[in-house]
Write a protein that binds this ligand. Structure first.
Ligand code: ADP
Ligand code: MG
Length: 247
């Protein structure tokens, strides 16, 4: 096994005025290289918090997180920044493209920021794979939501990351645009990209993911291979969730 993410006893609370909300409670998790792990659960169950901590965007209050061999808490700001720029990709619900730049420049932006010269052949290949080659000189506002999200995926791939984190990448899209984004993600998965994906797309998770973790109130209620999870859920709460969302 070649572990890429390891989390042990991770907890996280947010302070809202006088109230403390525990978003994650003593969570353990590991992901192996090449795995596609789908993260599911109702709104407010802690999925985004989990993804942000697993992706070094936020710190846990307690517990430890490793990416590869490196324990995140022991890294300097500079080392953390280099890790984020070089080996991690993120795709969020909102694409966060830069409106003043062409699609080509948006995709190359992480490289520009890291003071690297884009390998033109590599960028060309990425744009073609995302079905965006013809759009490379256009600006974000000229693209559909689905195309913009595919630009965000291409941008995440541009640094040749070891893992990509997706937080509800299709939740803001119409169904027909969702299909084209999921197709790009499926292809990435088939090429062996390690992916941690928060999604409500049941069919997609069932057919493409290797493993599912199901969260509720900051804990992992159930996890298993996607076949096990969808065909033979064990926990009552998982069964209820599947019944509601699969209708
Ligand atoms: P999910 O992604 O499953 O909807 P989140 O991880 O976003 O769940 O949130 C988990 C809990 O933490 C929720 O109760 C949410 O309101 C709370 N929370 C998340 N982020 C913040 C924040 N920045 N400030 C205060 N509360 C937060
Ligand atoms: Mg969320």
């Amino acid at each position: 096994m070649d572990t890429i993410i390891r989390m042990e006893h991770v907890s996280k609370s947010y302070q809202l005025g006088l109230k403390s909300i525990q978003a994650l409670k003593d969570l353990d998790f590991t992901a192996e290289r090449g795995e596609f792990v789908a993260v599911m659960g109702r709104s407010g169950s802690g999925k985004s918090t989990f993804l942000k901590i697993a992706g070094t965007l936020e710190d846990a209050d307690a517990g430890k997180v490793w990416i590869g061999e490196k324990e995140i808490q022991t890294l300097s700001r500079q080392e953390r920044c280099e890790m984020r720029q070089g080996s991690i990709g993120f795709v969020f619900q909102k694409y966060q493209l830069l409106p003043e730049y062409t699609i080509w420049d948006n995709v190359c932006m992480p490289l520009y920021i890291a003071h690297q010269n884009p390998d033109r052949d590599y960028i060309q290949q990425i744009l073609k794979r995302a079905g965006l080659w013809e759009r490379r000189m256009d600006y974000p506002e000229e693209l559909s939501g689905g195309e913009q999200q595919r630009v965000a995926i291409a941008r995440a791939i541009a640094v040749n990351p070891e893992i990509i984190y997706f937080d509800e990448p299709t939740s803001a899209l119409d169904p027909e645009l969702t299909v084209e984004v999921l197709a790009v993600m499926k292809r990435l998965a088939q090429e062996g990209m390690t992916m941690l994906v928060v999604t409500h797309e049941m069919n997609f998770a069932r057919t493409v993911s290797n493993r599912v973790i199901f969260m509720e109130k900051g804990v992992v209620v159930e996890q298993g291979s996607s076949k096990e999870f969808f065909e033979h859920p064990k926990e009552t709460r998982t069964k209820e969730f599947l019944r509601i969302f699969q209708e």
